[in-house]
Design a protein around this ligand. Sequence first.
Ligand SMILES: *Cc1c(COP(=O)(O)O)cnc(C)c1O
Length: 353
Amino acid sequence: MQIQYQLTKTPKAKPDPSTLGFGKIFTDHMFLMNYTMGKGWYDARIVPFENLSIHPASTVLHYGSEIFEGLKAYRRADGSVQLFRPIENIRRMNNSAERLCLPQIPEEDLLEVLTAFVRTEQDWTPNAPGTSLYLRPFMFGNDESLGVHTVHNAIFAIIASPVGSYYPEGINPVRIMIEDADVRAVRGGTGYAKCGGNYAASNRAGERAAQKGYSQVLWLDGVERKYIEEVGAMNVMFRIGDEIVTPKLTGSILPGITRKSCIEILQKEGYKVSERLLSVEELSNAMKDGTLKEAWGCGTAAVVSPIGELCYKDHKYIVNGGKIGEITQHLYDTLTGIQWGNLPDTFGWTYKI
Ligand SMILES: *Cc1c(COP(=O)(O)O)cnc(C)c1O
């Protein structure tokens, strides 16, 4: 891949790590490249971060042809910077592209441009505990016409944002409402793809939950409103007795890399992990008879997020006394240990920049 560099002459001051938050501050540069059917990808470039200019009829604005990824660059104690399982994000991005009829990017090219971009911006990787440089690759259809058809022109970009610790005041379990009206995705739809439209469709339930004082919704399947799918924009796991249960990937669930990593860690340590259908009824019974020991969400942003309370049809259940459970804490410690390079990476998951 030939990448053109046009570096800024006016670099910004790096922010104070205590003020970071999530996705509000952006680095000095962005990566861009263009696609035209028949010509392929071209004009790979790293340029100063600025507004994009697109045609008012651009496909993405009308028909929502957009996919994205989310991963982080972590600063190790020795000062070097590393990624966590980037090849998994790259593969998922191509799977999402396939579903949305957006163009593929060869895996090795995507890894090369991602690495080149992170190298350019690596000084922006903060080193305060729990902080990281969040990377947001995204792609959108950019045809300049209102005709509905497969995308002929597209843009691929990567932007980066230094982000604060997700848990500046320690890990606090969240309150979750089980949503039985709106659904996030259906089998045969776009649930397994990381596309912007899934988020647009989720907002209403999220807002209703927030009005009732809940921080996220637990989604049920779109056909029967019976099986547990995900929590907010995270995958979800439960410890019922001595079994760790997570919904199996039926097509309407996003195949999270944190989910996959949790499963691999737990299996290696000899836990019984089941990827299977889990009905809301089975979960309610486990809450009533006390066999539900722990519940947590998992995703790149929060790593793991313990669930302290679940509400279903106005019945409230407290999970593990509203405190983080033992396995949840163990997964958090193991994953963050590997990600920031404080624990040996026996899985070969980290990728040095
Ligand atoms: C990104 C995402 C996840 C988590 O995936 P990770 O690869 O673990 O970050 C889970 N669910 C949804 C809907 C997502 O968009």
